[in-house]
Design a protein. Structure first.
Length: 186
């Protein structure tokens, strides 16, 4: 079905008005917040992280619709900066040592570092940062529990010392031998 030019223009105008009125556009703040929260997740490859950042930056800055070279340059700088910031610490350190000058260069260096770390970890007893964090968390929890038990022992010792002063002799009759020949308190 074809419409006369005037009706076609009115229809397209109506579609535009309805889109503006009812389409859900994502606010700048929401996009910015999502972009800022991107970090490399455990098990996420460097390539997947780079793709996530690239897609988010292109949406964030609306690069596809921009002919302005300054916006394109800014988008590339944001991708580069966010990528370095979002990498696992061990990979980020290696990439920064090489001093990449572009997003693409940083991605290549990070991929190489990831391969090297994965090969090293597979052939040795090296722990990943996530594994180290888990071990440290368990260690700190154990230390906290030991400290709590030490405080309880100290409190019990103080109570016991308070009940039995040094000038009072110990009543040895409280200790008797049980059926197995070992001593036990009555």
């Amino acid at each position: 079905m074809t419409f006369p030019n005037e009706q076609q223009n009115n229809f397209e105008e109506l579609v535009g008005i309805l889109k503006k009125k009812f389409s859900r556009s994502v606010s700048f703040e929401i996009l910015q917040n999502k972009f800022n929260k991107i970090v490399q997740q455990p098990g996420q490859s460097v390539k997947d992280l780079a793709e996530e950042i690239s897609n988010a930056a292109n949406r964030y800055f609306n690069k596809g619709n921009s002919k302005n070279p300054e916006i394109c340059t800014l988008t590339e700088k944001m991708k580069f900066s966010k990528f370095l910031e979002s990498l696992r610490p061990d990979i980020r350190t290696q990439v920064k040592i090489f001093g990449p000058s572009s997003f693409e260069e940083a991605v290549k260096q990070a991929c190489n570092a990831e391969i090297a770390f994965n090969n090293t970890a597979a052939s040795s007893n090296v722990f990943t940062p996530a594994e180290v964090n888990i071990l440290l968390a368990n260690h700190f929890e154990s230390c906290r529990k030991i400290e709590e038990l030490n405080k309880k022992i100290e409190n019990l010792t103080q109570i016991s010392v308070g009940n039995h002063s040094a000038s009072e002799p110990w009543d040895r009759s409280a200790f008797n031998r049980n059926d197995h020949g070992s001593s036990a308190l009555n």
